[in-house]
Design a binder for this molecule. Structure first.
Ligand SMILES: [Zn+2]
Length: 208
């Protein structure tokens, strides 16, 4: 029979996997949305939008910029809630936001795909580092909202899952930051690099 500790540990592991799997998608999703839709999917979208003889309602709001704003706002709100409950300052990348009367509505107009990626990375790294404390907060409604949005938009816009798993980043032996991530893998070969100092690691540094 399982002990309470074993059950707790198993539940925590499952919760954590789900948490990381969703959040790991965010930087790439933001970049994809910010840079415009994947051309193949974009063609599919415009066909559906324009091919219905003018009468058919839009299948969904077909605007990657709006979708980018939605997922960013949901993420910033969630992080803000976590920061408040943990009584810690929220990470600074929330400054990439635009808002109305103090409510975050989206990511700033001048923010490029690359910057959106980095800003998203900083936010999710912050919350992933606090995963166990976050679980104890039981922010079920906010997590359902954010994770549901991530699943919906990844399905709509992203063809391949990200090779980078920010939750799995490792320490850099050059600069000491936990910022080393896999760049590419091809068979047995691969390369990883540090997002802070740029140091690269071949083969042995590439672990998923
Ligand atoms: Zn480094």
């Amino acid at each position: 029979m399982l002990t309470d500790t074993e059950i707790y540990t198993a539940e925590l592991r499952m919760w954590r996997e789900r948490f990381e799997q969703h959040l790991d998608q965010v930087p790439q999703l933001l970049e994809t949305l910010r840079d415009g839709v994947n051309p193949l999917k974009a063609a599919g979208l415009s066909e559906r939008v324009s091919g219905g003889g003018g009468e058919a309602p839009l299948p969904f709001r077909a605007d990657p910029m709006d979708d980018c704003d939605d997922v960013w706002a949901a993420l910033v709100e969630y992080i803000g809630e976590v920061a408040e409950r943990l009584q810690e300052p929220a990470p600074g990348a929330t400054g990439a936001s635009w808002g109305v009367q103090g409510n975050v509505r989206g990511i700033g107009a001048g923010v490029s795909g690359d910057r959106a990626y980095k800003a998203g990375f900083v936010l999710i790294a912050w919350v992933i580092d606090r995963a166990e404390k976050v679980r104890d907060l039981r922010l079920v409604d906010s997590e359902q909202h954010l994770f549901g949005l991530i699943r919906k938009l990844v399905k709509r816009y992203v063809d391949a899952p990200p090779i980078e798993r920010p939750a799995h980043r490792r320490f850099c032996s050059v600069c000491g930051e936990r910022a080393v991530l896999t760049d590419w893998v091809l068979g047995d070969a691969g390369e990883a690099s540090c997002r802070v100092c740029g140091a690269t690691y071949e083969n042995e540094g590439v672990v998923e």
